[in-house]
Design a protein around this ligand. Structure first.
Ligand SMILES: [Zn+2]
Ligand SMILES: [Zn+2]
Length: 151
């Protein structure tokens, strides 16, 4: 798990964009939604939810924005040179962002505790049977709600 007060380093494939992520995570999840499949070219993406204030970026990520299933805008931030995915932000909820777990220098620090948007999962993708699986997503915890509210 991404622990409270610990600092984690990460960045894109070519190294033009680097970041520091301060724990703790609000959630760590496997997302199977169709947009994550298209955006990554894989069966699912592994995301670390944090408050926007917990991420410090050096470099200038490129952005792509579309509308998510929830109706709000979703913006994916990535390196314009190597196309490495970094994090996702959105209008719903605005103060929370989701970092791509694979962009961390030590991705093993992440331990996904849930599978979300499982309704879109492809039949060749497999998940830890010991963690909860949601057809859409789990209700937000009180901690997550509190973090989304503060700015
Ligand atoms: Zn890059
Ligand atoms: Zn997704």
């Amino acid at each position: 798990m991404i622990e409270r007060d610990n600092l984690y380093l990460g960045g894109c494939l070519c190294g033009d964009i680097r970041y520091e992520l301060k724990g703790p995570s609000l959630f760590e999840a496997q997302c199977c939604c169709k947009d994550c499949q298209k955006a990554t070219g894989t069966g699912h993406t592994t995301i670390v939810g944090i408050h926007t204030s917990q991420l410090v970026i050096s470099g200038s990520p490129s952005e792509y924005t579309n509308y998510g299933e929830s109706g709000g805008t979703v913006t994916r931030h990535f390196c314009g040179k190597c196309a490495g995915r970094l994090y996702t932000s959105g209008s719903l909820p605005g103060e929370m962002i989701m970092v791509q777990a694979g962009s961390l220098d030590n991705p093993n620090a992440v331990e996904p505790t849930e599978v979300i948007y499982h309704k879109d999962a492809v039949n060749w993708d497999h998940f830890n049977p010991e963690i909860p699986t949601y057809e859409l997503y789990a209700p937000f915890s009180d901690d997550t709600k509190a973090a989304m509210d503060k700015d």
